[in-house]
Design a protein around this ligand. Sequence first.
Ligand code: URA
Length: 231
Amino acid sequence: MRLDKFLSHHLGISRNLVNKELKAANVTVNDQIIKSGSYQITTEDVIKYQDNVIEQITEKRYFMLNKPQGYVCSTDDSEHPTIAYFIDEPMADKLHAAGRLDLDTTGLVLLTDDGQWSHRITAPKHHCQKTYLVSVESPLTESLITQFEQGLQLNGEKDLTKSAQLEIISEYQARLTISEGKYHQVKRMFAAVGNHVVALHRQKIGSIELDIAEGEYRPLTEEEINSINER
Ligand code: URA
């Protein structure tokens, strides 16, 4: 990786500022002053800024975030703030959401820089279960449980949805577990039975359960990370 890119990510400053710091002889690689931003570094190199070692990130990273409404799950959006706002980590732009939530959906988002790991969550063939708390506009009826279990015909889709588990909590609230992730899937499932989702909150992905306050994030435990690998 280029030294200026590394410094910009790890110090959280622009390439312009990085170049100023380089020119001011504030950066060393293996105790040699380096002034050129294009200098290539490896994971073995010891990089210091003003005599302090900058730890290189070599391990894969895994976090959970409790997403509030009004934030998009992509790292770059010109219209809306992104979930990157909440993530105070070096090279946060290298993290991606393993399964996105809509702008108005709240709850569990898993973030990682491990593409293989997130693939196990999002790829249809892995059938990773996601559980949502759903609030709806019209009263729920027991007959929906069988309909959701048998599969629904979504607008514009060829196949029925895979078997889903609906647990009715109250007249207007249910918990739904699905094992696929089509575009706006939960909202479209309720639309298919003539209802309308007014609030949607993801509680669980696989066996990883949301346990932090809205707007907070934390690293996943070893056990949580492995729970996806072992699926
Ligand atoms: N299904 C939806 O309709 N929206 C989401 O954000 C997640 C699942």
